[in-house]
Structures are given as C-alpha cells and as structure tokens.
Design a protein around this ligand. Sequence first.
Ligand code: NAD
Length: 255
Amino acid sequence: MFSLQNKIALVTGAGSGIGAAIAETFARAGAFVFVTDRDEKSGGETAGRIKTQKGQAEFLALDVTNEENCQRVAQAVFDSQGRMDVLVNNAGIGHVGTMLQTSGADLDRLYAVNVRGVFNVTKAFLPDMLKRKSGNIINLASIGGVVGVRDRVAYCTTKFAVAGLTKSMALDHAQHGIRVNCICPGRVETPFVAARLKEYPDPEQARREMSTTQAVGRMGRPEEIAAAALYLASDESAFVTGTEFIIDGGFSAGK
Ligand code: NAD
C-alpha cells in the first residue's frame, strides 16, 4: 500500500465517480484531502464519508471554470494547511456527437471545464509549488486523449489538450521538482457514463457495446482509477513524469 502520510491533496470534481474514489483512497492512505466540487451537496457528502472513516478532509466549493473561485480556494488552502503537495484535476464533463452533431457552444462548454478548468486550478497552485520546489499534479485525461473515439469530437478534442498540457508542463517543471502526469481511463462505471448512455436511442444496447469494446469485457470501477492516482501521488513514482497512464481494460490495445 502506497502511503500519503503528511501529504496535503486537493481533488476537483470530488463529489462523484472517479474524483470521489480518489479523495477517499488518498484519505485512507493518510493524506489531508481538500474535497472540492461545484456541487456542494455531493462534495460535502464525500468529505463527510471520509471523516466518518476517521480520515482528514475538508470540503470547499469550487467551480473550476471560475478563475477567481480557483484563486480564493488556493488562498483558503494555504491559510489552513500552508501548502499543496498533490493536485488532482479531475473535474470534467462529456458530450456525445460527431462534428455535425456538435455545436460551437458544445465545444466551448466542454473546453471551459475540461481544459480551461485544469488551467485555472493549476495556475492557482503552481506558484507555491515553484517556490517550494516540490509538487505533484495529476490530470484526468481519458483514453479519448490518446486515441480517437467515435462520436466524441468535442470530448476527444479537450482530452488531447489535457494530455498536451500535461506533457508540456512536465518538461517545463521537472527541474523545479514538480511532476505532472495524466491518467487516461477507458470507460468507468460512474454517473458520467450513465449520463452519456442516456444520450443514445437505446441506452441498454449502448451499455452492452461499451462493455464489450474493452478487451476485458466490462467497464472499469472508480477505485481502479483511484489506485493509479495513489501510485502517481506517492513518492514511489518519483521517476514518473509527463506520462499518460492508460487504464482502459485493453480498449486501446488493438482490435
Ligand atoms: P462524474 O460526472 O461522475 O463526476 C464529475 C464531477 O465533476 C461531478 O461531481 C461534477 O459536479 C464535477 N464538476 C463538473 N463540472 C465542474 C466544474 N465546472 N467545477 C467543479 N466541478 C465540476 O465523472 P467521472 O466519470 O467521475 O469523471 C471524472 C473525470 O474522469 C472527468 O475528467 C472525465 O472526463 C474523466 N474520465 C471519465 C471516464 C469514465 O468513463 N467515467 C473515462 C475517461 C475519463
């Protein structure tokens, strides 16, 4: 078991799915976790579950699209804990559609959360990491940020951008003791996927197809993604930076 004892972490979009699993896994590994989400109810519930299990957590409302909100949250974190060790940019939204089924507004909406959101939150915490010459940033990209996925023009566009931001930052800041990696999950059973399934004419058939397109014949579980985040957050992964950590049940291995 990797330890995050004495580490301060923050997870965006931690009210649901993968983000909630990461926050809970980090707390079990000993970290103090700032659970953030734009949804105060679900975010508060994640923090509550952690505290019930005797973990250390605090909920802070954070909409990653709001630059000023990001700066305020960073200040609150520094006032309370003095630093940020592990930043997990997890908040993200999806959309199903080919180019002609995707409006400019759809693309802008996805970009604002999936790319600009990562940018806003990272900018708020990076100066402190640079000052301390230490930091660990983990971005949730997607297998749709590594290979193309049918009917996901806007989503893949944003996730390839996250992978690019990750690699570029990894090069810029390796010399400053800051590691930047992204995790690229295949399909994972979360409310995110449930919402996407509803956009299909036959959600049940779509669910079966989604499961069988992965070599292992099933979707992933949020905890299986959280395990990768735990490794990347730990000191055991000190030699890992700029990577795309693919966890996709064989989705991208080939046909
Ligand atoms: P989810 O929908 O279950 O949870 C996303 C959380 O993000 C929600 O709690 C939501 O309130 C929050 N959020 C949305 N917009 C926000 C904003 N502007 N500011 C702050 N919080 C916001 O999603 P999930 O499946 O857990 O996905 C988490 C991340 O993993 C996303 O970046 C997603 O793109 C990525 N991902 C998911 C899958 C999958 O199959 N579930 C696959 C690959 C990548």
